[in-house]
Write a protein that binds this ligand. Structure first.
Ligand SMILES: [Mg+2]
Length: 330
């Protein structure tokens, strides 16, 4: 199988049309047609071998899934509906000539395809090339749409707003550390695979936008400590998080309380959403089937105290340093 065989394999798997896609793979360009009154949102992400994944550690299917998750999570953080993805993929020379390489590519597209189907995203184009090294590089562009002027942004939080997160935190970090220790994936229990197969909160962002409930939102790709700081900076405010309110993922239990909290605050890659709402807003306990937990309050920016602080069980307040954890970084 050469490059043409690969493109044929991709084309047969992904349909040429989809929601918002008038023409997909197969011509010089794709043609997108977002609904009337909508605007287009665009996000792009690298998936680089040994930076974002390791071939010996991550199943190819997981790499394909994760390649798409990051962009989907960014779209949902802004309340957008996914429309199309464009993938550029560089594979090592001779990769496609060996059975092992072919299996990797098939697994990668299986993971990508499953999540694309679930999320209604059409792979509408891309490019393939021989990698200049014995490494796999993928770059994906995701296009979404949202009613004009309605997208959720990071910049709308005001003093007094309450801070909420979806789901539970720290699971991705807990599974990755188990993966690194074990050298392979553990069997999926009830807790699932928050690192290998994180679930983007697709329904939640759209529902928050529909209800006009969130004043600001961001997805938790880097961890609460880092992403909340981004939101506060964009909104020109500070924040106080309550340590006891942080919803810990069941997989963090075996880490012990201190490390579990660290995983939840700094681990990153949970792809949950963090949003703010006015103090009087009736935020439900579940949105689109996902648990919603209040974790703190937005404060007026005060140059004499750190931008983001955390209140411990005994009431003591300390700085929550942005410490979003980057795995495989040098
Ligand atoms: Mg993001």
């Amino acid at each position: 199988m050469g490059e043409l065989g690969l493109i044929e394999q991709i084309r047969s798997r992904f349909s040429a049309r989809g929601r918002g896609v008038a023409l997909g793979i197969g011509d010089d360009c794709a043609i997108l047609r977002p609904p009337a009154g909508h605007e287009v949102l665009v996000t792009t992400d690298f998936s680089l071998e040994n930076r974002h994944f390791r071939r010996e550690l991550h199943p190819a299917k997981s790499v394909g899934h994760r390649c798409l998750v990051r962009g989907l999570s960014d779209l949902t953080a802004m309340g957008a509906t996914p429309v199309a993805a464009f993938l550029s993929l560089a594979l090592p020379g001779d990769f496609l000539k060996a059975r092992k390489g072919q299996r990797w590519v098939a697994g990668f597209f299986e993971g990508l395809h499953l999540l694309a189907e679930q999320s209604g995203t059409t792979l509408a184009g891309g490019d393939t090339s021989e990698s200049p090294a014995d490494l796999i590089f993928a770059d994906i562009v995701l296009i979404g749409s949202a009613p004009r002027g309605r997208s959720l942004r990071r910049s709308g939080a005001r003093a007094g707003d309450e801070i909420y997160v979806t789901g539970a935190l720290g699971g991705a970090h807990a599974e990755l550390s188990a993966l690194l220790g074990l050298g392979r994936a553990a069997r999926a229990g009830a807790a699932g695979h928050p690192h290998l197969y994180p679930e983007p909160r697709l329904g939640v962002g759209a529902e928050l936008m529909r209800r006009g409930m969130a004043t600001a939102a961001i997805d938790l790709s880097d961890g609460v400590s880092t992403d909340l700081a981004h939101l506060c900076e964009a909104s020109g405010v500070g924040a106080e998080v309550e340590e006891g309110a942080i919803p810990l993922h069941p997989l963090t239990k075996r880490l012990g309380r201190k490390k579990a909290l660290d995983a939840a605050l700094n681990g990153g890659e949970d792809y949950e959403l963090l949003f703010t709402a006015r103090a009087g807003a009736r935020v439900p306990g579940r949105i689109a089937g996902v648990a919603i937990t209040r974790i703190g309050t937005i404060r007026k920016r005060n140059a004499r105290v750190p931008r983001v602080v955390i209140r411990g069980a005994a009431g003591e307040v300390r700085e929550l340093m942005p410490a979003g954890w980057q795995h495989f970084s040098s």
